[in-house]
Design a protein around this ligand. Structure first.
Ligand code: MN
Length: 721
């Protein structure tokens, strides 16, 4: 029979240790014995569905881990892998008894065991596989989980049918492909055959029967073939082992399905594998085979020159063999064969170098990287440290409420999740629950999180959101929303500015706003729509004076306004006035807090009106205003109103300083609205005041008055930012 469904002979801890010693003679086996005793106690009295003691399951899992030639902590973790989940033993206990490393591995296996995979869509399955990998962070967690799953699959017949189907489907969708990705050929084929057995029992039994029936004829054909090849190898002086190869049942089934061909056509394809010593000989033997039989065009694949992403290397070719049957060949070195069968596990032990091509598929490039690193590292210990890396450094995988898996940028917050669902969900996102708990919108998500968001039509994006989100999509969407919003506000501002300018010149706004007038104006300014004109005014690209001049050239000349606008500002910050425009959207910038008398400059902002800064404001250069948004402004000092100014005073640290400085400020006729004091290590005190100042001259007086106080080192105005 082609079936190699392995039977599960009982495993003892002694047999585990014996097998470990074969590939790692120096291993310290004490922890294995301890883990066995611990597990035996923890699972005492528990039985599996098969009726055998539960303890056989961790033992069998550990057996598979030994088959994978993993290290001692992996074997220990295999023996303990169900203790957190199935018994009441906390992680801390394991850590105390077996160390951090083992506890971490067991915890990792427990965590991924709790996740249930629901959909059958391939893209979802792929995301789910990546989620498992990114949650694990250490490949050993996945390898232990695979061993656990393989033993469960081997004993699946004891479970009810419904459970069998669910577990088999999950294995086919997730775990068999993972085994393949990790390059563990034997485990992948065994898992796939077991899946077929439970998912399509009729197909499985039918195939198994047919394979068995034809086995004799087929074996004879392959034996003849092998004799011819071996003779030829000896003739040319090549070292080589020739093996007949049987396709696994799932492979036959897949080929029948994919190509729509009957069993006979797949199965009559003989398959032979030749294993030799060097890479050069692989190519030489390929030449020999092609000279013995005619190659089938289009079937040659050079996976030595260009390895698969899981590290697999071989030459593949198909020839027209004896009696006209197609024969498939795989030609590889011993090292390549080990990698193909055992995958990444082969690199734990074998150190021969294999050429690895950087240019091939990057999806699972990390695996290749591990292999490369392994060649440079002195011992297993170091290799194991490098295995504990971030497998997907840039992304995380989270669940939607429906159980789908979404890929997001690392550091993503619930807003990114919301935008990945839909733009509208993002724009109106008010709150989020992660794993059932309420979290702030800026909460950082992790792989494996279940995320749910709430929305409200009243909610809209804010500039803060740009600081929290990580994905390009969210950023674009938020910026787009803000830009649209700015345009709407600029339209309103532009309309008001124009209305007031028209009033000032005694022009009828109803007349000017007539579509035909506006349209004529838009042409003059080279703008597409009347709306666009108002927006341009609001943004400050076009001044109202420019518009007035078009409407009534004489008026502008009379006012004597040329290209520059001199605007007068006065009054309190909350009620600053510009002549003719009133208190519309003018504010004194908070970064430099201009006070009357300071040289100042105005900026027309996008949708936020006029912003006034001091000429020496450090932020001016950084502001992203166009040069033509700058307007000259001047103070209108008619009404004396007070401005809040921060003053910082450095003094020696001595009692009474605060009182003396306060007195000096008051004597300069300024009110103090806030004061605080801090001391420094070098015995200085820093006094901070907020003082109401009338203008720049007044400020000068206040500062001078402070500097006359004995003990003051320095007094100056403090600008924020
Ligand atoms: Mn288990």
């Amino acid at each position: 029979m082609a079936l190699k469904l392995r039977h599960t002979e009982p495993v003892s801890v002694q047999s585990l240790i014996q097998s470990l010693r074969q590939y790692n003679p120096q291993a310290d086996v004490q922890p294995i014995q301890e883990a066995y005793d611990f597990s035996a106690q923890a699972h005492a009295g528990q039985k599996r569905e098969s009726g055998e003691p539960f303890l056989q399951h961790p033992l069998q899992t550990a057996r598979i881990i030994v088959d994978l030639k993993l290290d001692v902590p992996s074997i220990v973790a295999g023996l303990l892998h169900d203790t957190i989940e199935d018994t009441d033993i906390p992680k801390a206990d394991l850590e105390q008894r077996f160390g951090k490393e083992v506890a971490y591995l067991v915890d990792g296996v427990t965590k991924i065991g709790k996740i249930q995979f629901k959909t059958h869509e391939e893209k979802q399955a792929e995301n789910f596989r990546k989620m498992l990998l990114s949650m694990s962070e250490d490949i050993r967690v996945i390898l232990i989980k695979l061993a656990d799953r393989l033993h469960n699959m081997r004993t699946l017949h004891y479970l009810p049918e419904e459970k069998q189907k669910r577990i088999a489907q999950e294995t086919l969708d997730i775990f068999a492909p993972l085994a393949n990705r990790l390059g563990i050929g034997w485990m992948r084929t065994e898992l796939e055959d077991l899946c077929l057995r439970y998912l399509k029992p009729e197909v499985f039994n039918n195939l198994a029967k047919k394979v068995a029936q034809r086995q004799e004829v087929r074996d004879a054909y392959i034996q003849d073939l092998i004799k011819i090849i071996q003779k030829s190898l000896t003739e040319y002086g090549f070292k080589g082992q020739v093996l007949g190869r049987s396709k696994h049942l799932f492979g036959i089934y897949q080929k029948m399905e994919r190509q729509g061909i009957p069993f006979e056509e797949v199965y009559d394809l003989a398959a032979v594998r030749i294993i030799t010593d060097t890479k050069m000989n692989c190519y030489a033997i390929l030449g020999m085979i092609h000279s013995l039989w005619r190659p089938v065009p289009g079937r040659f694949k050079d996976y030595i020159g260009v390895p698969k992403s899981n590290g697999y290397q071989s030459l593949h070719t198909t020839v027209m063999g004896p009696k006209g049957y197609h024969v498939e060949f795989q030609i590889r070195t011993d090292e390549m064969h080990k990698v193909a069968e055992e995958g990444i596990a082969a690199h734990w032990k074998y150190k021969e170098k294999g050429q690895i091509d950087q240019k091939t598929d990057r999806v699972f490039g990390w695996l290749r990287q591990l292999v490369e690193w392994q060649q440079d590292l002195a011992d297993n210990r170091q290799f194991m440290d490098s295995v504990k890396m971030d497998l997907f450094p840039d992304v995380i995988y989270v669940f939607t409420p429906k159980g789908d898996v979404k890929e997001l940028a690392k550091g993503a917050c619930p807003l990114d999740f919301a935008y990945s669902v839909h733009t509208e969900v993002g724009n109106h996102c008010t709150g989020a629950k992660v794993n059932g708990k309420l979290v702030p919108l800026r909460h950082v998500l992790h792989s494996g999180d279940s995320v749910e968001v709430t929305t409200s039509t009243n909610q809209t994006p804010s500039k803060d959101w740009l600081k929290w989100v990580r994905t390009a999509r969210s950023k674009t969407k938020i910026k787009h929303w803000i830009k649209t919003e700015e345009r709407i506000r600029s339209l309103e501002v532009g309309k008001k500015l124009l209305e007031r300018a028209l009033q000032r010149h005694n022009l009828s706004s109803t007349e000017a706003f007539k579509p035909e007038h506006l349209t004529a104006l838009t042409k003059d300014f080279g703008i597409a729509t009347p709306e666009g004109l108002l927006v341009a005014i609001g943004y400050g690209r076009i001044t109202t004076e420019q518009v007035i001049r078009r409407l009534q050239p004489a008026a502008a000349v009379k006012e004597g306004l040329a290209d520059k606008l001199i605007r007068k500002i006065g009054g309190r910050p909350s009620g600053v006035k510009i002549k003719g425009v009133g208190d519309l959207l003018i504010h004194l910038s908070k970064c430099c807090n201009p006070v009357p008398g300071d040289p100042i400059i105005g900026f027309i902002t996008r949708g936020r009106g006029l912003s006034v800064h001091t000429m020496d404001c450090p932020n001016i250069d950084e502001l992203d205003y166009d040069k033509d948004r700058i307007v000259e402004v001047a103070w209108d000092t008619k009404d004396a109103a007070a401005y809040a100014v921060k003053i910082g005073v450095v003094t020696v640290d001595r009692p009474g300083m605060l009182a003396s400085v306060s007195a000096a400020i008051t004597s300069a006729k300024a009110n103090i609205s806030h004061a605080d004091i801090t001391t420094t290590e070098d015995r200085r005190a820093i006094l901070n005041f907020v003082v109401e100042i009338l203008n720049a001259g007044h400020l000068d007086k206040v500062l001078k008055s402070i500097e006359t106080v004995d003990g003051v080192v320095q007094a100056k105005r403090v600008r924020a930012g």
